[in-house]
Design a binder for this molecule. Structure first.
Ligand code: FMN
Length: 210
């Protein structure tokens, strides 16, 4: 971390974590961080074994408590979330020396919401989702290419087709930590802990030892 990094005035931080996350994300975008909206989602499977993968964060809800992502409900992560509807979301923006960690419970949105979100996706993304079978063993790339061709034809014939099992999830944060690295190792860590109900929470803020 021996490079110029932004400062973080934790005492001036907003009362809620959502606006601070959006501010840091916008700063990461402006700083040219590649794919700053790609985050690591960690889940737990039915045997209690952790799993993690990156995916695209779709939104942070207006009240700043819900982190929204979409996924196939019949993928490993979707099945894990069905068994354990809780997750952690982590992102690191190296150019800024900033990490954010979010933990909370996960709620799957109604199918109507998922269908509306699906319609906003690019044709290529919709074709990929229509192909489905994510994370299943694949016999050959030819088999995949054939499935893509079938999905393309389906989308051309029915442009509002929605992939079966396409799901939108909201991670309702109960804890959010902001970490600002410092060249002298005087890292600043600020943790928000939810004290009120999920959708209208209040937050307490605590500095953490680095
Ligand atoms: C940069 C990047 C972005 C990705 N975005 C998504 C995404 O938005 N949704 C998704 O389901 N998988 C995404 N993936 C693929 C996942 O990391 C993962 O391979 C896939 O979702 C299967 O995960 P699972 O087997 O745990 O369900 C992305 C991968 C990379 C490298």
């Amino acid at each position: 971390m021996a490079r110029p990094l932004p400062t973080f005035d934790a005492e001036a931080a907003p009362a809620e974590p959502g606006p601070l996350f959006v501010d840091w994300l916008a700063t990461a975008l402006a700083a040219g961080v590649p794919d700053p909206q790609v985050v690591t989602l960690s889940t737990v499977d039915a045997d209690g074994m952790p799993d993690a993968r990156v995916l695209v964060l779709r939104d942070v809800d207006a009240a700043g408590t819900g982190w929204v992502f979409s996924a196939a409900a019949d993928s490993p992560k979707g099945r894990q979330l069905a068994v354990h509807p809780a997750a952690a979301l982590t992102v690191y923006w190296p150019q800024l020396g900033r990490q954010v960690r979010v933990r909370g419970t996960v709620e799957r949105a109604a199918d109507l919401v998922a269908a509306a979100e699906f319609a906003t996706r690019s044709p290529a993304a919709r074709v990929g989702a229509l192909v489905g079978r994510q994370s299943e063993p694949l016999a050959s790339l030819d088999e995949y290419d054939e499935a893509v061709a079938v999905a393309r034809r389906r989308l051309e014939a029915t442009p509002d087709a929605v992939a079966a099992g396409h799901a939108v999830y909201t991670l309702w944060a109960h804890e959010v930590e902001f970490w600002q690295g410092d060249a002298e190792r005087r890292h600043i860590r600020l943790r928000y802990t939810r004290t009120g109900p999920v959708r209208t929470p209040e937050w307490s803020r605590t500095l953490l030892w680095p």
